[in-house]
Design a protein around this ligand. Structure first.
Ligand code: ZN
Length: 284
């Protein structure tokens, strides 16, 4: 897909998001949009969240708030998370969860898996349906290593939450089918909305399909490729007990993220209990 084509797609997307934001129907994360292929669209208007965002969310920046992690709610459930529309912004316990989005990717996912194995860390992978379909061996490798699986929509659709519930359901179901074509008994207990553009509809449909909506509280913006040192610094300084850390193993050149893991993994495992999110039960 060319840049020209991306720009052509960005304008209507921006219009749709602004419309939704003004209507108060959408949550705008701090993460700027990217394309399905992961190519950043930073030069386009779509990269700037509409100013009419009804729920500014300062805590999705890399600055975590340790106090909010210290006392997880005893009433925490799949639908009463501390993120937008009841999604999970933190783990609800003291353990830290690393999450990797936009894969699987033939170049970077195997490297991430090798590093996680080396450090004895289980993580959570938010898979894009088209990538799961293209790289079933990598889906199997992720599952075989004991990591938790998460649905990240069929084609990284930023505007999924604004579509009809039937369309959302079809998209999420198709993605789960692609994952289960690779791993027939896969448990897929989480959904993450691309770009963090949550809506009540998308959270509701995900829940109906047995998936907890998974937000985050630590975002080093690694998809912008700020360099390994920046990514590592952001993550190691912002992570607190209970943090959900957003990283990317797919969607573009992730060498900086992979390199940063050489610092992040020993640092976090020394300070926290780093664990995959609970995989969920087999019926989902
Ligand atoms: Zn993504």
């Amino acid at each position: 897909m060319t840049r020209t084509r991306l720009r052509a797609l960005a304008a209507p997307l921006t219009t749709a998001l602004v419309t939704l934001a003004v209507a108060g129907a959408i949550y705008i994360g701090t993460k700027a949009p990217r394309t399905a292929s992961g190519a950043e669209t930073a030069a386009t208007p779509a990269s700037t969240p509409p100013t009419a965002s009804p729920t500014p969310e300062p805590s999705t920046s890399a600055t975590a708030e340790p106090d909010q992690h210290a006392t997880p709610s005893p009433t925490r459930s799949a639908t009463s998370g501390d993120g937008p529309f009841g999604s999970w912004r933190t783990t609800g316990g003291s353990h830290v969860a690393l999450t990797f989005d936009d894969g699987p990717d033939p170049e970077h996912t195997p490297r991430v898996l090798a590093l996680l194995r080396e450090h004895g860390v289980k993580a959570t992978f938010c898979l894009v349906g088209v990538n799961a379909q293209a790289y079933p061996d990598l889906v199997r490798a992720i599952a075989a290593d004991g990591h938790t699986l998460c649905n990240h929509s069929w084609n990284h659709d930023f505007n999924l939450g604004g579509r009809s519930r039937a369309a959302i359901r079809a998209d999420l179901a198709r993605t789960n089918e692609a994952i289960r074509k690779a791993v027939p008994d896969a448990r897929i207990a989480y959904f993450r909305q691309p770009g963090g553009y949550w809506t009540k509809s998308v959270v509701t449909v995900a829940r109906e399909l047995g998936m907890i909506s998974l937000h985050w509280d630590v975002d080093p913006q690694d998809w912008r490729r700020p360099g390994a040192r920046s990514i590592a610094k952001q993550v190691t300084t912002a992570t607190a007990a209970g943090s959900i850390v957003l990283l990317h193993d797919g969607g573009g050149d992730r060498r900086g993220t992979v390199e940063a893991l050489h610092t992040i993994l020993p640092n976090l495992t020394r300070r926290f209990d780093v664990a995959a999110l609970p995989a969920g039960d087999a019926s989902h």
